[in-house]
Design a protein around this ligand. Structure first.
Ligand SMILES: [Zn+2]
Length: 73
């Protein structure tokens, strides 16, 4: 007893099925720093915070000491 599809789904049927996939706004989280809606597991594009600390430098007045990699050898 095989469970193979008997007929190939048409392009129209495939398109109809996939049309509803990307209708919704992607899931976002609220940034704890600036309360902006940002993507989950990604750096907040508004303030550059991730995991409670500033990761990237966005034009903010807060001075953040960053660790720089010095591999000049
Ligand atoms: Zn933020």
């Amino acid at each position: 007893m095989s469970h193979e599809p008997k007929k190939k789904h048409s392009t129209q049927r495939k398109g109809k099925r996939r049309a509803s996939i990307h209708l919704d706004v992607p899931m976002g989280t609220i940034c704890p720093n600036c309360k902006a809606v940002t993507l989950a597991h990604q750096v907040c594009k508004a303030c550059g915070f991730y995991n409670g600390r500033s990761v990237i430098k966005v034009s903010t007045p807060t001075v953040v000491r960053r660790r720089t990699v010095t591999d000049e050898g």
